[in-house]
Design a protein around this ligand. Sequence first.
Ligand code: CP
Ligand code: NVA
Length: 308
Amino acid sequence: MKRDFLDISDYSSEEIQDLLDLAIRLKKEYFEKGNPPLFKGKVLAMIFQKPSLRTRISFDMAMRHLGGDALYISPNEIGLGKRESIADVARVLSGYVQAIMARVFDHEHVVELARWASVPVINGLSDYSHPCQAMADALTIIERFGNRKGINVTFVGDGNNVAVSLSQVCAKLGWNFTFAGPEGYDMPPKAVALLHEIARQTGSAIRFLRDPHQAVRGAQVIYTDTWTSMGQEEEAARREQVFPPYQVNAQLVSEADPEVIVMHCLPAHRGQELTDEVADGPHSVIFPQAHNRLHAQKAILARLFDVA
Ligand code: CP
Ligand code: NVA
């Protein structure tokens, strides 16, 4: 049966670890030996309902490096669910390409695509989750702290798609996850319930706090993201009133573990959720983290194509 990559929670801890091991191997090969033609004859369709730099280019390059190809489909082009039903788009594309990656507003749309496509479907970000980002994040954390349990990861800010997937990858890998954000901007209850369920199996400690200072104490990773995600633009002014106490600045970073790394999925709104000083400072790993999208996604694609 074909497999999709819609959410971290769909994969077991062992499968997540396997994907990360493969990403590490493919990254090493890329820098030391060049690229094996694993994806020869494979084409990835990339449907975007929202803008993208990292997701678009890293998926495109992942396909090209390994001998395959990628097609960019812009928001206006196919009118997913408008010009044509999602079920019909999925079934038509399945005859042309070997996998589909989609960035959508409504998470249900990527689920619906996967339901009807006979080829693997990858969630390239939805309003609910961003699992490809979380795989690159985990790879970045492992590169810094090694492959071990008990790493303390703190997400400061909005309980958004990036927070949901990050929390799940942490729990799957036995890392402790703390969330700190303002009231009214918590992770969706469904994601919180799922997170506790995963953590029960792996022994991760999960905390939801309001105080960012308490949340970063002992943190080896501080993670933040935009206060206003794509699709929430009309809430931006209100969010800019609520979120400033959650800015990741030099003071907050100084309250964490001395070895702390600061992460951000990007794009960053410098001066809002993250100061320039921190983004460009010694604790920041935001660019290696962005580059790891390439390697993590090669591993996801290779497993879905069943070629590695
Ligand atoms: N982090 C991330 O997904 O970036 P893009 O929106 O540029 O793809
Ligand atoms: N939370 C952000 C992530 C962007 C990569 C958004 O959805 O806009």
